[in-house]
Design a protein around this ligand. Sequence first.
Ligand code: CMC
Length: 388
Amino acid sequence: NGLLTYDPGFRSTASCQSAITYIDGDAGQLLYRGYPIEELAASCSFSEVAHLLMYGELPTAEELTGFQRNINDHNLLHDQVLSFYHGFRRDAHPMAVMVGVVGALSAFYQDAQDYNRDADQHKAAIRLVAKMPAIAAASFTYSIGRPIRHPDNRLDYASNFLQMMFGKPNEPYHVDPVLAKAIELILILHADHEQNASTSTVRMAASSGANPFACIASGIATLWGPAHGGANEAVLNMLEMIGSPDRIPDIVRRAKDKNDPFRLMGFGHRVYKNYDPRAALIRDTTRQVLAHLGMENSPLMATALELERVALEDEYFIAKKLYPNVDFYSGILLRAMGFPSRMFTAVFAVARTVGWVSHWLELKRIGHGIDRPRQLYTGPTVRHLDKR
Ligand code: CMC
């Protein structure tokens, strides 16, 4: 069909108009609603950034209080949702559990059938953002057999996530301000990234008018892959496999070998052809948190820094413009904070839920009908059963 443009992987196709996030991949610039990510990371809380992404503006003090109250009103999980966890194997991957539990929420919040009213859309978006830390934390506590801890509305969003993850049921949780700031940074940096694979999936699911909870479950499924959000877990596995800096030349050689499927995890990006600004921010915070925890000599960090140095001086990586991405250092930081590697992508999902619902709200407002890509057909031409 001469009218079709063939663009596998959507390398040069804009699938929608969006006013949420802007990336200049050559300059290594990332803006949320026009604000540089560095400025937001330095001065804002995750709740402020969530408000900015969802509603277009940073909140006034009054709006922020209202937003947080709204989150606190909706952050509990329905008692029957909690019973879902017991149907999963304890060794199930947290992302597998989250796909199931978030998808199941569509059976609980189906009251506004087609979600065409503004108020219902915003309530669904708030419910998703509010419940996601509890859903992720429960997938962890269930896996280790610890009773699920409920949200504590005296805490902010990020600290609440930490207490649900790590608080013991029989002890008050002590918030470490350095760790609380670090998780806040991780959440802010992962909150949105325009039309990445999972966000595009959410938008495509939503374009048919599907239930928002089911749409977000499809985003979680897409995020899980190692080429996308699953890369943070894969980076840690890679750094552990490398073991010590002297094995780096061999790993770099493998990454360049076209007969070897191995890739340097946490390196390269479809849009950034420069240093991912999020990677630089996470690297600096990782150093601070390691120092705070007395882990300055972390072998994982030493290996990562040396791997970055070697790769950035290598002709192959220079020519292909492959730089560390957001996932390169985040695993080291999360591990130092106590997150097991299998929870890394779940943390990403908690943060990205804000982006997903922001895109869902935008699509509900200025959608363009159902997404329906075409294809280049490569199968047989017409043939008939009686000629077999
Ligand atoms: N290690 C070695 N070679 C690489 C890498 C890498 N990490 N990334 C890309 N290349 C090479 C690739 O082999 C190809 O070479 P050639 O032109 O000779 O065929 C060239 O660079 C371009 O790669 P591509 O696969 O066409 O690029 P893409 O835009 O389709 O893929 C990517 C982007 C992120 C999937 C890829 O760089 C990759 O697999 N990186 C490792 C996984 C990773 O870190 N993912 C996290 C991405 S950021 C967070 C997120 O989006 O969730």
